[in-house]
Design a protein around this ligand. Structure first.
Ligand SMILES: *[C@@H]1O[C@H](CO)[C@@H](O)[C@H](O)[C@H]1NC(C)=O
Ligand SMILES: *[C@@H]1O[C@H](CO)[C@@H](O)[C@H](O)[C@H]1NC(C)=O
Ligand SMILES: *[C@@H]1O[C@H](CO)[C@@H](O)[C@H](O)[C@H]1NC(C)=O
Length: 384
């Protein structure tokens, strides 16, 4: 571990509220656990940044920790984004044609446990000896990890430590504890070569974090308590990281393809394919190939569809649209990518099924919601 330099900055010093707007609270979490948040910068000093050779690879992660309710003295509003990112997103969404006042993204707050009585220890010990399984999350191409915080915290409230990862230079913007920003280095027109490079760099990011937080031989790895999920390209990265690293015991793609190695050879661990409306194994050849090889190998694979959903339904954006009251002002081309489900409902559904999958795959419980259609969740279809 001597080649790894880790600096940890907790949220308290990082997210200072600076805005004049009234707070807009995201809905409280509904799982059995309260959730606390800390964020960290992780520096891989063994790797020159593949997108910028002037420095080593630096990542930002958010860690959502389940906290037993009796250990959480109070819940308080926690800024959804740090200030530099919030200002960046205000401007970016204004450019998409949404009449968004400055301060909008900065007004958003999660409701989280803010004074959990959990011991502060060295991050290594703390993160790898965790009693809850750890789930890594990789975002869609060009998207900030912060736009998945509501989903991640809802999954965490079901008893998972959820670690969302920013991949600098492919995320639109990544803000570090010193306030510096790294914006996307991707060209407007993406080529297959660039997308492949993005995926390769992301897999290396995930494996670096695993080496840091769940090294070979660690408690979490020996107990098989590491999983991964991701949205869009991040879902392909979940499959690719599993293909390359057996420490990740189970995975989920949310409306993302499966990378070519995994699609051709399959995996020897459970994997869930979950598509938006119209994305299924008859429309995605990588899913068809993956499902076929998994079934032939006798491995666990299932395919779900979320009705009335579109590609960006699998982000926090539908929830943000609703809590900000923007349903009427989002331009049609963005609105159609968000789908028609209510944002709060989306977070409930994703939290329930992602947790049910990892309960089965990592906690050795029954299939639960994954066993078949549920009257409580008519929006979720099972595809043979
Ligand atoms: C690369 O990083 C340096 C700081 O180390 C920064 O000044 C420069 O703008 C970065 N280049 C790109 C293309 O982002
Ligand atoms: C990107 O591709 C579009 C459509 O092919 C083209 O019109 C545009 O000029 C390209 N932009 C850049 C920056 O290459
Ligand atoms: C897959 O999506 C296509 C396109 O929307 C649809 O026609 C087809 O019925 C879907 N397949 C299944 C098995 O639902």
């Amino acid at each position: 571990m001597s080649h790894l330099l880790i600096s940890i900055i907790t949220i308290g010093s990082l997210f200072l509220p600076t805005l004049v707007n009234a707070s807009v609270l995201l809905p409280p979490l509904t799982g059995p656990f309260s959730v606390s948040l800390d964020t960290a910068e992780l520096v891989d000093s063994s790797r020159v940044d593949p997108w910028n050779s002037t420095h080593t690879r630096r990542l930002m992660v958010s860690r959502f920790n389940p906290v037993p309710p009796r250990q959480c003295r109070s819940t308080c509003p926690v800024p959804y984004m740090p200030p530099g990112t919030a200002a960046f997103q205000d401007a970016a969404y204004a450019r998409l044609g949404i009449p968004i006042p400055p301060g909008t993204f900065g007004s958003l707050h999660l409701q989280l446990c803010c004074d959990a009585k959990h011991p502060k220890t060295h991050p290594h010990a703390d993160w790898s000896r965790n009693s809850h399984p750890t789930l890594f999350f990789s975002p869609g191409l060009g998207l900030s990890r912060l736009f998945y915080s509501a989903i991640a915290s809802q999954v965490a409230s079901q008893g998972y430590t959820v670690l969302t990862i920013d991949h600098p230079y492919d995320a639109d913007v990544v803000e570090f504890p010193d306030g510096s920003l790294i914006t996307s280095a991707l060209p407007v027109n993406l080529t297959d070569e660039i997308v492949l490079k993005v995926a390769t760099v992301r897999v290396a990011d995930v494996r670096f974090i695993l080496d840091t937080l769940a090294p070979h031989g660690s408690h979490a790895v020996k107990k098989g308590r590491v999983g991964m999920f991701g949205h869009s390209l991040g879902g392909a990265v979940a499959a690719a990281a599993m293909y390359e690293d057996e420490r990740i015991r189970a995975g989920v793609t949310l409306d993302g393809q499966v990378g070519s190695d995994a699609a051709t050879a399959g995996l020897d661990r459970p994997f869930l394919l979950w598509g938006a409306g119209g994305h299924n194994s008859s429309t995605d050849t990588t899913w068809a190939s993956f499902k076929d090889v998994m079934e032939r190998r006798g491995e666990w694979v299932k395919e779900l569809e979320l009705v009335d959903s579109a590609h960006l339904t699998f982000t926090d954006l539908p929830l943000l649209r609703d809590v900000l009251g923007f349903a009427e002002v989002v331009p049609p081309q963005l609105s159609s990518l968000l789908g028609n489900l209510k944002g709060e409902r989306v977070v409930q559904i994703l939290g329930a099924y992602v947790a049910a999958f990892f309960d089965f795959a990592l906690k050795r419980k029954r299939e639960g919601l994954l066993a078949g259609p549920s009257g409580a969740y008519p929006e979720v279809l099972f595809i043979d």
